[in-house]
Ligand binder design. Structure first.
Ligand code: AMP
Length: 286
């Protein structure tokens, strides 16, 4: 595996690969890799001739007072994990090359970004779509892999790719969890042991919601209330949002149907965690 930092060199290498008829599979990340990221690399490995993994802690998607500075970083650890999982090229650009002096262009997806994380993190998705669009232009992938842990991000990137006629396929992959159910996240290392225990309330709340829907509950408010009650039992947990939304439009679902997704954002101590579950899958087809 080769580590490439230079933007122009990465773009040139990818162009040459495409010209040789090679299929490029791409996994964009912010690094501090875990099994969730590696599941995407393995899926990319199964589909591409060349697997490109990018690691870039993108400053423009962090708001003032968010955890850009404390976001975990360890490139040599990541490189070893990426190599073992089957990446060919690790693209680790420098911020000053991604956003040089005079940088002035932004990609903004409207509507889908107004709710959920978009509402609690103003400007976040503008940073995400801008950097992902730039990475797509540099890497020129045939297919790009994203985790459905970041459910809204995946919906926004799909929307951007369709709207801007980007010539690639966006592929969503399942959430990878720790053995006890906590969704894997680079931010989990920032949890103290006590917070790590309390962080399990997200998964347990999802379990409560799932059981209610399986038992026939179809009123979103009742399910949301049960989820909130479980999370509020934890002294260090502060709910950012608990919503049930339509999987494609992200509009609030009042009556639960096959499209319903439960989405959670909870601060545990100072660490913001997100999780989701497609509750609609628990509803039998009528
Ligand atoms: P990040 O490094 O957090 O920006 O994530 C990079 C990619 O990995 C995104 O597509 C995430 O959705 C995905 N990802 C992060 N955590 C998980 C997880 N637990 N399971 C599956 N995919 C994940």
């Amino acid at each position: 595996m080769e580590i490439i930092e230079d933007v122009a060199q990465m773009q040139q290498r990818c162009l040459e690969a495409r010209q040789k008829g090679l299929r490029i599979a791409f996994v964009p990340t912010m690094g501090y890799l875990h099994e969730g990221h590696l599941s995407l690399v393995r899926a990319a490995r199964a589909e591409g001739d060349i697997v490109v993994l990018s690691i870039f802690v993108n400053p423009t998607q962090f708001g003032a007072g968010e955890d850009f500075d404390s976001y975990p970083r360890d490139l040599s650890r990541d490189a070893e994990m990426a190599r073992t999982a089957g990446a060919n090229w690790l693209f680790a650009p420098r911020a000053k090359d991604m956003y040089p002096a005079g940088y002035a262009s932004w990609v903004d997806v409207e509507g889908l970004t107004d709710t959920l994380c978009g509402a609690s993190r103003p400007g976040h998705f503008r940073g995400v779509t801008t950097v992902v669009c730039k990475l797509f232009n540099i890497v020129q992938p045939h297919v790009a892999f994203f985790g459905s842990k970041d459910f809204q991000q995946l919906a926004v990137i799909r929307r951007m790719s369709v709207d801007l006629n980007l010539p690639l396929e966006v592929r969503g992959m399942p959430i990878v969890r720790e053995p006890d159910g906590l969704a894997m996240s680079s931010r989990n290392v920032n949890l103290s042991p006590a917070e790590r225990g309390q962080a399990l309330c997200l998964y347990e709340a999802i379990g409560i919601a799932t059981a209610l829907v399986r038992a026939g509950e179809r009123d979103s408010r009742t399910v949301i209330e049960a989820v909130r009650r479980r999370i509020e039992q934890e002294p260090e947990a502060a709910i950012d949002y608990v919503q049930i939304c339509h999987a494609q439009t992200l509009a609030d679902c009042h009556a639960l149907d096959r499209h319903a997704v439960l989405l959670l954002a909870v601060r545990v101590g100072t660490t913001r965690l997100i999780d989701n579950h497609h509750l609609g899958e628990e509803i039998p087809e009528s």
